[in-house]
Design a protein around this ligand. Structure first.
Ligand SMILES: C[S@@+](CC[C@H](N)C(=O)[O-])C[C@H]1O[C@@H](n2cnc3c(N)ncnc32)[C@H](O)[C@@H]1O
Length: 176
């Protein structure tokens, strides 16, 4: 009985710690919460892309790295980088990557501290405030021709090359 109560308390503490960190990052730092892109939206993007397999693809705020896993399965890309700062999604994604023998390189870091100068394609499902902050970073670091795909949220001062629709949600494609 004692061990059971101890375990319940431990789980509650972990959940509380995770929720507090998320709350702080979302409210005070404007970071995006941990919500996955809808599977149908990933399928819509995959149908639109025609990759050779040698492109370096990034998922910024990787969550469970669902986009990168889908790219790996469909096109066999070997240069796949996911960037995720939050422990729980990082841990879940890392476990899946190891168990499935995937080539995805998952980094636990703030995306604003990762250089994007070797990116060919960047996928984001973040927040409006983050897209505004990333705009400057994209323009400073990305090579001409880099494709940026953003689910739901526009990059404020850039014209999308095209916009796809998945149910009521837009998927924006930008070219640097
Ligand atoms: C809306 S989720 C998207 C997850 C995944 N990309 C997807 O589409 O399914 C956004 C993710 O970005 C992560 N995130 C938010 N701010 C970040 C930052 N500054 N650096 C790295 N990851 C961040 C969050 O922890 C969360 O897992």
């Amino acid at each position: 009985m004692f061990y059971f109560l101890f375990l319940v308390l431990l789980v509650l503490l972990v959940v509380l710690a995770f929720t507090s960190v998320q709350f702080y990052n979302i409210v005070f730092r404007g970071f995006a919460p941990f919500i996955s892109t809808k599977f149908n939206a990933v399928l819509t993007i995959l149908k639109d892309l025609d990759l050779k397999g040698d492109e370096h693809v990034y998922e910024l705020g990787a969550g469970k790295a669902g986009f990168l896993r889908a790219i790996e399965q469909k096109f066999g890309n070997k240069k796949l980088t996911g960037v995720e700062y939050s422990f729980l999604p990082y841990f879940l994604a890392k476990t899946q990557i190891v168990l499935s023998n995937s080539k995805i390189n998952l980094i636990r870091k703030d995306m604003f501290k990762v250089s994007l100068n070797d990116a060919d394609i960047i996928y984001c499902f973040l927040m409006p405030k983050m897209m505004a902050m990333l705009e400057k970073k994209f323009k400073q670091e990305c090579r001409p021709g880099t494709l940026i795909i953003s689910y739901h949220f526009r990059i404020p001062n850039m014209e999308p090359e095209r916009v796809l629709k998945e149910e009521k949600n837009n998927i924006y494609f930008y070219r640097i």
